[in-house]
Design a protein around this ligand. Structure first.
Ligand code: NAD
Ligand code: UFG
Length: 350
């Protein structure tokens, strides 16, 4: 993606050492931006940022800081002369959020509140936020458009929606705030270098990292969570998109935001970032088997509590407004994941 004329912003990535953050850092550095990362490393390793620097040949300024430390975040914003923030830091496991809701409200909602307070104090008023398709909840119609009602069904989803509301309220309160809320669908895949990818701690919750660990021999078999849904093959359907396409979506959203920013008014725009196509668990399994060149052991288990049968995005708003659309297909998502997993069976510890 090309850099707009006279645009080389200095960006703060919260959660930049994580899976999506590290891929986004690569895209932003390659686009010519200056990138500063804050991350408390609660779910990541600083080695991801070493990989980012190796891939891009560019320096990342890293601060091991917790989002909730307003004074330190404000100091970073001032010292690094930050123009805009990409806010990815947070907790993201749906099941864990049901067991520990207060932890999720604290890190996600309170953490975002502190970040916004620090931004206000440092007069940084542009932010791109990592939201999620999970804010929509039970589909009233499909594909979800941005106008679909929001009824999140887990504490995690509630925290994402509450942060969205906080951004909306702030932009309504005063001119000069510019927000872009990105509702991600299911990001998967890894950087084509094989040096950067998803490195989940413990047993993966999500389908793609689980499949990758079965393929590399770390897990005995994939359990399909239900094959009796009202879908073409009975298994759950999701909208998977390549994490590098998602990273490009952040850059598109940032350019859109920065190009249109004015002290005269505020804005809070919402964009679905998805492929617009649904794939079943069995589709993903077969694509991964093609990528790794062998059949994978599978068993069918009961439905996972809280899972929706099927959802996918209407991503036309992002295509029309941001001129963004995913270009990497399912085979690329699987082959890049497999390349990363083979080279790093133990993630960044290898
Ligand atoms: P990740 O866990 O790999 O990255 C999140 C990062 O935030 C981690 O590096 C973690 O150490 C950091 N972090 C957590 N709490 C922090 C705190 N209090 N202060 C500073 N840093 C903190 O997750 P990811 O998959 O890269 O997700 C990034 C964002 O995208 C999250 O906000 C997540 O909710 C959102 N999202 C992810 C998905 C997905 O399927 N991966 C889907 C929709 C939305
Ligand atoms: N699945 C299995 N077996 C597994 C893991 C998953 O069959 O071992 C199935 C699920 O039942 C579902 C599909 O694979 O049908 C995708 O499940 P994931 O856990 O990979 O993804 P989810 O759609 O449940 O949720 C993910 C993120 C959320 C985010 C949401 C947005 O985990 O944080 O995408 O679309 F909100």
């Amino acid at each position: 993606m090309k850099l707009s004329a006279n645009l080389a912003p200095r960006l703060l990535l919260t959660g930049g050492a994580g899976y999506i953050g590290s891929h986004t850092a690569v895209t932003l550095l390659e686009a010519g931006c200056e990138v500063t990362v804050i991350d408390n490393l609660s779910n990541s390793s600083a080695k991801s940022l070493e990989a980012v620097q190796k891939i891009t040949g560019r320096k990342v300024s890293f601060h091991q800081v917790d989002l909730r430390d307003t004074a330190l975040v404000e100091a970073v914003l001032r010292d690094e002369h930050i123009d805009a923030v990409v806010h990815l830091a947070g907790l993201k496991a749906v099941g864990e959020s049901c067991e520990h809701p207060l932890r999720y409200y604290d890190v996600n909602v309170v953490g975002s509140l502190h970040l916004l307070q620090a931004m206000k104090a440092a007069n940084v008023r542009k932010l791109v936020f990592s939201s999620s398709a999970t804010v929509y909840g039970d589909p009233k119609f499909l594909p979800y458009t941005e106008a679909h009602p929001t009824h999140p069904t887990s504490p995690y989803g509630q925290t994402k929606r509450q942060i969205e509301v906080m951004l909306q309220d702030l932009s309504d309160s005063q001119a000069g705030w510019h927000f872009s809320v990105l509702r991600y669908f299911n990001p998967v895949g890894a950087h084509p270098s094989g040096q950067l990818g998803e490195d989940p701690r413990g047993i993966p919750n999500n389908l793609m990292p689980y499949l990758a660990q079965v393929a590399v021999g770390k897990r005995a078999s994939l359990t399909i969570h239900g094959d009796d849904y009202d879908t073409a093959d009975g298994t759950g359907v999701r909208d998977y998109l390549h994490v590098c396409d998602l990273a490009d979506g952040h850059w598109a959203a940032l350019q859109h935001l920065i190009d249109r920013a004015s002290p005269e008014f505020s804005r809070c725009d919402y964009f679905n970032l998805g492929s617009g196509v649904g794939h079943s668990v069995k589709d993903m399994l077969h694509a991964f088997e093609r990528a790794c060149g062998k059949p994978l052991p599978v068993r069918v288990g009961p439905r996972r509590p809280g899972d929706l049968p099927a959802f996918w995005a209407d991503a036309n708003h992002a295509r029309n407004e941001l001129q963004w659309q995913p270009v990497r297909d399912l085979d690329n998502m699987c082959s890049s994941t497999w390349q990363w997993q083979q080279a790093h069976p133990n993630g960044f510890n290898d």
